[in-house]
Design a protein around this ligand. Sequence first.
Ligand code: 26V
Length: 751
Amino acid sequence: MNIEEKLTVKLGKPIASASDEEIYIALNSIVKEQIAARELTGGNKKLYYISAEFLTGRQLGRNLVNLQIFHEVLALLRKYGKDLKDVEEYEPEPSLGNGGLGRLAACFMDSIASLNLNGDGVGLRYHFGLFKQEFRNHCQYEVPDRWISENSFVTKTDVSFPVQFGNRTVHSRMYDLDVIGFEKGHSKLHLFDLDTIDESIVKDGINFDKKDIDKNLTLFLYPDDSDKDGQLLRIYQQYFMVSNAAQLIIKEQKDLGHDLHHLADHVAVQINDTHPSLIIPELIRLLIQEGFSFREAADIVTGVCGYTNHTILAEALEKWPMSYLNEVVPHLMPIIGGLDYAAVCAHHDNHELNIIDREGKVHMARMDMHYSHSINGVAALHTSILQHQELRPFYEIKPERFNNKTNGITFRRWLMHSNPELTKYIIDMIGTNWMNNPSELERIMYFHNDENTLNDIAEIKHTKKQQAAHYLKEKEGVIVDPDSIFSIQVKRMHEYKRQQMNALYIIFEYLRIKSGIYPAAPVTIIFGGKAAPAYTMAKNVIHLILCLQELINNDPEVSKYLRVVMLQNYNVSKAEVIIPAADISEQISLASKEASGTGNMKFMLNGAVTLGTNDGANVEIRDLVGWENIYTFGRSSDDVINLYNTNGYHAIDYYNRSESIRRCVDFITSPELLRIGNEEMLKSLQDNLKHKDWFMTLLDLEDYCNVKETVYFDYLNRPKWTRMMLVNIARSGFFSSDRTIREYNRDIWHL
Ligand code: 26V
């Protein structure tokens, strides 16, 4: 039977008379059958990728792409007047991640499966994910994001493990998400949960009784940890995740008849940031139960584990008070103590190497570094900063463990699924070899002076902008002009990412327009991103942007030249609409602070030009495309690190010295904005920028405003701009997560 016949049979009626929801359910079922028919990837050694986050995005589209029936289904539905996009809308998107770290894990699963590697993911099945962002009164509110539904791709299994918390035991339930690869390969993402979770305990936003672990354990990703109960809950979650992972590993190895003495020959564990770090003592504990000595077990586990660091922000490097760990996992404490003792004995002269510090706090990353055979950063600059600054004491004792693995993205989702128009065009130019060998995208460089090709690429971009404009109007109720320049900054809200600098630029441009100086071309600035519920400053930045949106879009004089959009509840599905529509990719973090960034790669692949600092993977983008095909600005990471080390940055000096900076910052509490927004929030943001500004917004502001003018000017030079677009697409092959995963496998996992 072909797809059309199958679909008709499933529906029990003609496709033309079925609703989009019925088609979704039928396609879901067809896809599940095809997945079930594909064998799981096997092998002598297996990877377990353990992560608190897997930001998978919707599954229907990715499965159609990887089963290679996406275009067929697209055309089939079109024949009956249906749009696959509308059908896909019926799949709830799981919000099992926060940002780049979780999306990276999802891209990695796609690449692991597609490269036919023997590897599964392990995480948690959070009922409400992170949270859903709603805007009211120009402010962010958080509500539960219910994604679990009957027709999801996540299925219940019979697998369960006992997990010990102090003197009581809970019993887990494993759910599975099938991850099929492109053409071949089939892995699983195992998500653990408790049957006793009670969703009804969540009241008034995202609040709930933090002590009731049986009912709350997997309600949310990163529940509020501003008090002790919240921190204990985080530890409960982390231990629950890794205990299940460790038991699954031991069980599967025993089932295969492997000798646990040779565990490191058969198992690789990748620890995705510090949330899964307790896997180390837990695996050691299980091996001791199997009769190993402490020393033997610790050596085996070191051979199994690899640790990936995703940030240098001190506040994100987890440390738990020993007393808290003692409350949740007392049975691990002797092991953690032993690990610390062994590490201290080996390196007694430097207390920065201690796992347990003088205040009795357990440093998870330090445990990872002592007891993993590999330690990696996620972009060249990031790894270098880890080696020479943040993790220097470790680099000095174990240089051979350090390695870089520059992040990547799956082209299946971020090109083939989200931009079928560009995909088809690339196929017409150079065939399909690039799909399995992304560096071959380089071959489109052959057309870099071909006027027709450049016009076609510009035309595709325009189509994607029209689609995005349509989507914004339908879903967000905002009107944008597809003929304006789309400059897009979508990512988590954080001061180091400096959305506030972009907002100050908007003020700069607004004031200029008001004074009769107009930008070279009309511009639409689009933001999207969630702020952590307790992160006041990030919420204040959202507030400022929403106030600016209201002020500017409703001012007929200004909105001809400038429009502002803050997307509500930015997620993977919205990213797939908005990223292909970008002309300019805003990657403006304070140099040294963005470990890598992966959005930057998605934009590049879709033909946007980067406007960024020399930070994270932007540096590698610059090296690949050359200075002529990227706009960089701002102080270098060396300068910034030096400013921190010497206390050399004082925001107020920049404010006092520059009239233009002062006018932008002052405007935050102008009568115009106070009429719309909340005085306390705006004032607090303004004070922070003048007197604290920890992430040095004002340091780079003028440079940023200046370079933007150049960018807009160049945009009008169509031959120049479209050639830049083509070069960016052509050189993006390096950022395929297939390349990244091949490197992990070559250097760390050896599957
Ligand atoms: C840390 C914490 C600490 C406590 C509260 C909740 C929480 C949530 C997440 C994290 C870790 C954040 C690390 C992270 O997401 N890093 C991002 O990783 C991306 C993939 O490597 C990378 O592209 C981004 O630059 C980096 O910010």
